[in-house]
Design a protein around this ligand. Structure first.
Ligand code: SF4
Length: 366
């Protein structure tokens, strides 16, 4: 990986990127606008300072690829409601703890006495449930195609071992329908996409072909080193100059055309695609992963009936528009003033992959 971190190579390629970007600006009559879909790319771009280096020549907008950020308020409120049930332990990945729902967060609910535990993997949650048969363990399934196979494997394990007090509340989502929603939105203009490397590892490069074939836009699957990202931008600019639209694989050391068939099969066995509500987008058809009726016994939504009040959205938080690429964190008037990592107003400031947290850490002007 060392060559992907080589500063001399990066500087050389950056000069060529700037050269191409100037030509693209002449061709389009404006700077190109690219979206990095994945939250890990957002952090990598901010950390490397690419937005400020390239800002004069192009716009790099962050997208919906932070799973915590796109989790709807109603889903967080429901998770909090599960944690309030007698005899229920809620298990989650650590980054969900501080995400504000409309009235409270899991962290605050735990401080108020609820049994909320952080697990590093869903299978650890199954092991915990097996050791505590007197309690119901509800695991919060959050994330895209990257985390869903692990949760599917946990359900398989619980089933295989007869752990009946384990269930999953699935808010898992799939990325391509959200990209269709962004492309179809007339208020957003994106000239090319830097595609998520991790998600592509599971679903494969060819799952994104629709971006080029149906919408005529260029896209590049990218790795996470600085040079990977610079190279992806270089390729996007090249396609625009050549008048082409393809989905290139810039992360071929990891991503295959068809993805990971085993992980896809695992997902398909336990989950079925259905409509899902995304923060900022509302309902996106066929964008969620629901537990199949055959595994209903492991579906917390079927096992526990909870009622929640209509969600209350924090005033002034622009997370929704930010996740669609309409705004950048600096456009939010709360950024860095009322909303900081110590006192986050919205999830984009909580998550380690959130655009607001990344901008705050690496790009904030003092
Ligand atoms: Fe929301 Fe805070 Fe980001 Fe503004 S800075 S969009 S309030 S998370």
């Amino acid at each position: 990986l060392e060559k992907f971190r080589d500063p001399v190579l990066s500087r050389g390629l950056l000069a060529r990127v700037i050269n191409r970007a100037q030509k693209v600006r002449e061709k389009l009559g404006r700077p190109a606008v690219f979206m990095e879909v994945c939250g890990t790319h957002t952090v990598a771009i901010s950390r490397a300072g690419l937005r400020s280096i390239l800002g004069e020549y192009m716009e790099l907008r962050s997208g919906p690829g932070c799973p915590v950020c796109v989790t709807d308020y109603a889903d967080i409120d429901r998770m909090v409601a599960f944690a309030s049930l007698l005899g229920v332990t809620v298990g989650t990945f650590g980054d969900m703890m501080r995400v504000p729902g409309s009235r409270t967060s899991l962290e605050r609910q735990r401080a108020a006495g609820a049994d909320v535990r952080v697990f590093y993997s869903p299978r650890d949650a199954v092991a915990y449930a097996a050791e505590h048969p007197e309690r119901q363990l509800v695991f919060l399934g959050v994330g895209f195609e990257t985390t869903a196979p692990g949760v599917a494997a946990a359900i398989a394990e619980a089933r295989g071992k007869g752990v009946k007090n384990f269930s999953v509340y699935s808010t898992h989502k799939v990325v391509p329908p959200a990209m269709r929603a962004i492309i179809a939105d007339p208020e957003i203009r994106i000239d090319g996409f830097i595609l998520p490397g991790h998600v592509s590892t599971i679903i494969g490069r060819r799952s994104f072909d629709f971006i080029a074939t149906e919408y005529g836009l260029p896209a590049v699957v990218a790795g996470f080193e600085t040079l990977d990202i610079i190279d992806a931008i270089y390729c996007l600019l090249g396609q625009i100059l050549d008048g082409e639209a393809r989905v290139e694989n810039g992360y071929s050391r990891v991503v295959r055309e068809e993805g990971n068939p085993r992980a896809r099969a695992q997902m398909a066995e336990f989950f079925e695609v259905g409509d899902a509500s995304w923060r900022g987008f509302g309902i996106i058809p066929q964008s969620g992963l629901n537990i199949r009726p055959a595994y209903r016994d492991f579906d917390a939504a079927a096992r526990f009936q909870v009622t929640i009040e209509p969600p209350r959205l924090p005033r002034g938080c622009a997370c929704g528009d930010l996740l669609k690429g309409k705004l950048t964190p600096g456009d939010c008037r709360l950024f860095g003033k009322v909303c900081t990592p110590a006192h986050p107003v919205g999830p984009c400031m909580v998550s380690s992959e959130g655009a607001c947290a990344a901008y705050y850490q690496y790009e904030r002007r003092q």
